[in-house]
Structures are given as C-alpha cells and as structure tokens.
Design a binder for this molecule. Sequence first.
Ligand SMILES: C[S@@+](CC[C@H](N)C(=O)[O-])C[C@H]1O[C@@H](n2cnc3c(N)ncnc32)[C@H](O)[C@@H]1O
Length: 225
Amino acid sequence: MFDRIAKRYDLMNSVMTAGLHDEWRRRAVKVAGVKPGDHVLDVATGTGDLAFELARAVAPGGSVTGADFSEEMLSVARQKQGSEATGLDAEIVFEQGNALDLKYDDDTFDAVTVGFGVRNFSDLAAGLTEMARVVRPGGKFVILEISQPQKGALSYFYKAWFDGLVPFIGKFAGEDSAYTYLPNSVKRFAKPEALAAVLHEAGTEQVGWISLAGGIITIHHGVVV
Ligand SMILES: C[S@@+](CC[C@H](N)C(=O)[O-])C[C@H]1O[C@@H](n2cnc3c(N)ncnc32)[C@H](O)[C@@H]1O
C-alpha cells in the first residue's frame, strides 16, 4: 500500500492536516531532545520528513538513519535529500529495514523515533522491543501517532474529518483503500494508556505522553533502560 501511494504521500499529508504535520514532527524532535553529534534512528521513516527534522537537530556532526520497508517511500525520501538537507552537516542514510527485525547492533543509537508508523506494525510489542534494543541505555524513544480524541467539541470535528473528509479526498486522489484504511487503523489502534504500557514493557522507563491538537495527535516518550 505504501509503495503505491508514495508519490502522492507528502501532498496528501499537507492537504489532510492543513499543513500542521510539519509542526507535529518539530514537536516530536524537541521531545526526543537530540543534540548536535547524536546518532538517531527513525523507523518507518517513509518519505523522510521526520528524519530531515532530526538531521537539523543533530547537525553538526550527527547522523540520522531512516529505515522503512517500502522501497518507493525511501526513493521519495532520497529524492528530497538534495532540497531538504543541503548545507546540513549531518549524515542522512535511508535504507530498507523492517521495524520488527532491525539489522543494527544493540545500543547503536542515542535515540529512536517513529512517526505515524507504529499503528501499521503487524506486532506492536515486538516492533517496540526491537526498536528499544538498538538504543543505548538512557537514550530516548519517541512515538508520534494519530489518536482519537475521547471527548469535547474536537471529537465531533475529528469524526467529520476522519470518517468523511479523509476518505473523500483519498477517493478523489484515486487512493480509495489507503485512505479508508487510515481512519480504520486509528480506530483499531491502542489508546494512549495502552500504548504507554506496551512502550514500558518494551524496555523503557519514565514513560509519558503529550496530546496535541485537542487529542488528535499524541507524542509518546520513554527512556531506554
Ligand atoms: C504513514 S507512513 C509514515 C511515514 C513517515 N514516518 C512520516 O512521518 O510521514 C508509515 C510508514 O511506515 C512504514 N512501515 C510500516 N510498517 C513497517 C515496518 N514493520 N517496518 C518498516 N517500515 C514500516 C510504511 O512503509 C510507511 O512508509
């Protein structure tokens, strides 16, 4: 599915979030607390937007590895590298990888991030455990994900937007199934409390989360033990 939508993915993100997704990624990078010289892994990196944001934070001298199992998404990320990373003194590598079976040694990275990816993992606990494995003790683990606002006026807006507008725009763009899958996958996915418990079990402590946009977006964070 991600191979198929790769070329339209960035445009769809901008339309469907009214451009807010960039700000959400900036917040996630702040929560990760990465600094110049750090080495960071961005899992399910897709077209690389979170990886580029991380690269700005780890320059000069740091590196970002973006791993994803969709070659087409990675190909878009690599094409953007020229425009997004020009003049940036940070190494950025995009490479094929499955979150559930990463090829890196234990304790390789200072932090690991994943943006809008964990919802798609076939085994959430296995994926988070594998991601924690490759981060050194004391390193940060950050998850940026869509969530369902539980109450308040925004929950009505969210319903209209996610159940109505998103599939409609998807249909218009000729990507019916992907953008019907999107709201359904959010509904099926773990609530923040449950995801925090899985993140803790995966090998992190000081677990917490921050709600953005009235609960539509959640940034989970933990420190690897
Ligand atoms: C919605 S996109 C998010 C892309 C990017 N992180 C962003 O912030 O826009 C989800 C990505 O997760 C990738 N993905 C899903 N499951 C994965 C897995 N088990 N291992 C690696 N990548 C995965 C997909 O290929 C896709 O590129």
